[in-house]
Design a binder for this molecule. Structure first.
Ligand SMILES: Nc1ncnc2c1ncn2[C@@H]1O[C@H](COP(=O)(O)OP(=O)(O)OP(=O)(O)O)[C@@H](O)[C@H]1O
Ligand code: SF4
Ligand SMILES: [Mg+2]
Length: 325
């Protein structure tokens, strides 16, 4: 296996509060190979966006990265100064955030916004800037006449595509995307996802992709990370996680999606909602909702156990590990 493009180790983020701190990302470790597509899923509030912000070094108070490393091609982004980070961001890795549709400046044309980003990275030649802007816009299926459009003149889907085009201006090796299609209708979502996947194959960048939608992950990801209450609940290849999900939470998420297993229903297999991270449950954080709960689950906090090609945080899998130890 080649050298990982991204190695996240022990990443921990707290929201610092007056009364209590909230640990929104708790000791998250994973790696991403060049050109790989890793889907991150989990219910609302489980720390997906906070983790992406921490990886991109875009956290702002009250969020604080309290532990961990983010090695990008071997360099720890956590230790880089803001000046160096600014030159690495966009050029080597780029970010399309959850509210990307509204991230475009309404007062500037698409061309002007792309030009600002390129000039900030030292591209001064007007023709080069214009040509590259037209090229990335075409890559995402938008005619280059729209370079002179203002965001309000574009549909929601086009604005989203324009944000993705901007993320590709420098052909980065990693594109981090937080629900880039969630504001679109189902047809537009499918078409944009297909396009992201084609671009990825063509240009070879790796993708770290957050979504609520297991069916999107099942279709487009090489590997899947399931987050629960700020922690990795399960991580493995898409085939393993979908073919034989190990964590009861993963099973519940899969059962909620009709295209994968049976008729659509809400998270019927998972009663209740994720915990308040200011007061996470004792032991396994999933125990108050788990259909497979055992007496020790409220006492013992599970580690990640390596099973097959997956890692799973559940005491059901503790025994095999001890047997092989
Ligand atoms: N500004 C804040 N102050 C305090 N706590 C916060 C703040 N923003 C988020 N949190 C905490 O961090 C947790 C994770 O939030 P985050 O936005 O990362 O979740 P998410 O998985 O991206 O959710 P969604 O799917 O809704 O986008 C929340 O449950 C909340 O407890
Ligand atoms: S450790 Fe126990 S409560 Fe937690 S997921 Fe496994 S069986 Fe369920
Ligand atoms: Mg989010």
């Amino acid at each position: 296996m080649s050298q990982p493009l991204l190695e996240v180790g022990g990443l921990t983020v707290d929201y610092i509060g007056d009364n209590a701190d909230v640990r929104a990302v708790d000791d998250v470790t994973f790696s991403l190979q060049p050109g790989e597509f890793l889907g991150v899923v989990g219910e609302s509030g489980c720390g997906k966006s906070t983790m992406l912000f921490a990886i991109a070094q875009l956290l702002s108070p009250p969020a604080e990265l309290t532990a961990g490393t983010v090695l990008f091609r071997g360099t720890d982004l956590v230790r880089l100064g803001e000046g160096t980070l600014r030159s690495v961001r966009w050029r080597d890795f780029s970010v399309v955030m959850q509210s990307a549709m509204n991230a475009l400046n309404p007062m500037k044309s698409i061309a002007a916004q792309f030009a600002d980003t390129m000039r900030a990275h030292g591209m001064r030649n007007d023709d080069t800037v214009r040509d590259r802007s037209a090229e990335v816009l075409r890559l995402v299926g938008i005619d280059s006449v729209h370079l002179d459009s203002y965001p309000h003149q574009l549909s929601g889907g086009m604005r989203q595509r324009a944000m993705i085009a901007m993320a590709l201006l420098f052909t980065p090796q990693l594109v981090i995307m937080d629900e880039p299609t969630s504001a679109l209708d189902v047809v537009a979502q499918r078409s944009l996802m297909t396009q992201i996947k084609e671009l990825q194959r063509e240009l070879g960048f790796a993708v770290l992709f957050v979504t609520h939608d297991m069916s999107v992950v099942g279709r487009y990801s090489d590997r899947v990370m399931v987050m629960y209450a700020g922690q990795v609940a399960e991580i493995g290849s898409t085939d393993s996680v979908f073919g034989s999900p190990l964590h009861p939470y993963t099973r519940g998420l899969l059962d909620a999606f009709p295209s994968i297993r049976g008729p659509r229903r809400t998270l019927a297999g998972i009663p209740g909602s994720p915990p308040d991270l200011a007061r996470p449950p004792s032991g396994c954080r999933f125990h108050p909702r788990c259909p497979a709960v055992m007496p020790r689950c409220s006492v013992d906090a599970p580690e990640l156990f390596h099973i097959g090609d997956s890692d799973v945080r559940c005491l059901l899998y503790q025994q095999p590990l001890e047997d092989t130890a």
